[in-house]
Design a protein around this ligand. Sequence first.
Ligand code: PLP
Length: 394
Amino acid sequence: MEKVIYLDHAATTPTRKEVADAMYPYFTDKFGNPSSIYGIAAQNKNIINQVRETIAKTLNAKSEEIYFTAGGTESDNWAIKATAEAYKQKGNHIITTKIEHHAVLHTCQYLEKNGFEITYLDVDESGKIKLEQLQKAIRPTTILISIMFANNEIGTIEPIKEIGKIAKTHGILFHTDAVQAYGQVPIDVEEYQIDMLSASGHKLNGPKGIGFLYIRRGLKLSSFIHGGAQERRRRAGTENVPGIVGLGKAVEMAFADMKERAERETQLRDYLMNRIMAEVPYVRVNGDRVNRLPNNVNMSFQFIEGESLLIMLDMKGICASSGSACTSGSLDPSHVLLAIGLPHEIAHGSLRITLGFENTKEEIDFTIDAIKEIVEKLRNMSPLYEDFIKEKKR
Ligand code: PLP
């Protein structure tokens, strides 16, 4: 196959070469356990704390508020389960949304089986929560609001500042899953009044299996993993030093060029969306047109199976996603697309393209041509489309 065009950066990103180079010595010469007292090992403790400091600065947080985890899923689990455990005397009610990642949704469903009550907020057709609905959902027993910063399928950015304000006014903790947003858009935990924030290394050109949870100082959260004294006794286990070093380098690089990268990706994103909208009939863009991650395009093509489109794009070397659960063996369309009100048959014809720093305009032009050709081919094979066109001509 010719060169691969990778357009699925919401799933994972290629690790930057500089990141892999920075990690390498920590597998070989600098392999010491940070808890040991001799020099080569103890140095690693300093390195870990330097990365903590680097990350804290990007969020306007303090370094002791950053806890390393194995990634976004663990951070989400920790924030939600530990809040439930620590604040159960105060109440048993948690508010989240219908469009969260499964790391949040399944954690909430688990808590429901253990006596907690969860409100799953609706979203409007652009994927944003309704602030009045959030206000109304608050009860005297509400202990946590967990709402994602930006959605992984449709890219919509939630009104985080307003949510933080509401949470603060009612004395409720606010957790945000920022796995897709961190490194893409500026985040200030003070300005947005965020109490806990999840992020993951492999979404910002860092390694897999490493992430962090920001926990505001003073929160009485329970330990997530019990054992040794690592991460101030809150998350035991020998630290993933190469992973932490890689995360640190990836964060440095992501924040060094965030503004320019976002501008470039926004231009490519809009170019792709506008050309497809102009050149392909019966297509709609999903997600908010303005408050949207710079790298996310999500479109639904009528009379098309998203799976077939993906397979045919793959045959041309283009990696994208259907943004649905189909790939996991389920025929249910994405819970996010259903939550924004798409009928099943439209949700099934969806395509998610997520850009990265390495994508070029030539790649996007090639992709647009490929989409046009494949959509036409698939529609010509579709009895539904044939009936639709016959009906239209009548
Ligand atoms: N939350 C969101 C919004 C995500 O997009 C993802 C990954 O796709 C996760 C959580 C899980 O992150 P990780 O793969 O690091 O466990």
